[in-house]
Design a protein around this ligand. Sequence first.
Ligand code: HEC
Length: 129
Amino acid sequence: MHRTLPFLTILFFFVGITKFRGQIDRWTAPEDAKKLVNPIKDKATSIERGVKIFKTRCMICHGAKGVGDGIGGKALNPKPQNLTLKMVQSQTDGELFWKITNGRNDMIKWGPILSEEQRWDLVNFVKSL
Ligand code: HEC
């Protein structure tokens, strides 16, 4: 018993650190981004455009249905996000636009690659999942 106690203490210490790191590692967009206004009025045609862009640019990692199971994402750490989760869906359009624009880790910085309209089309598509 006197031998397992220090062991358990150390174990709980590391579990604690890992949990804590998981929390601070959560990707959050800056405050300003939340207020960005989605300029696209015709959501239906925007989503149609968004599907096409998603298939060519995003599906490889995020999977056909956006659940994060694309073949290109298998070996990545952190994994491509499951875009259907409440954690993602509950963000404002502006926050998602900001993340798509700026990227992080293996998530590509799409700002220099896709037009603003294309990035909003993707936001509209992601929100439709
Ligand atoms: C090379 C693989 C890859 C491709 C291609 C990719 N992503 Fe990602 N994506 C990731 C990874 C990995 C993360 C998680 C990044 C992190 O948390 O550090 C991510 C995260 C995200 C997030 C943030 C979710 C959140 O709130 O945490 C969004 C939104 C997103 N991707 C959308 C897209 C869209 C839209 C495209 C296509 C234009 C795309 N991704 C293409 C790998 C990819």
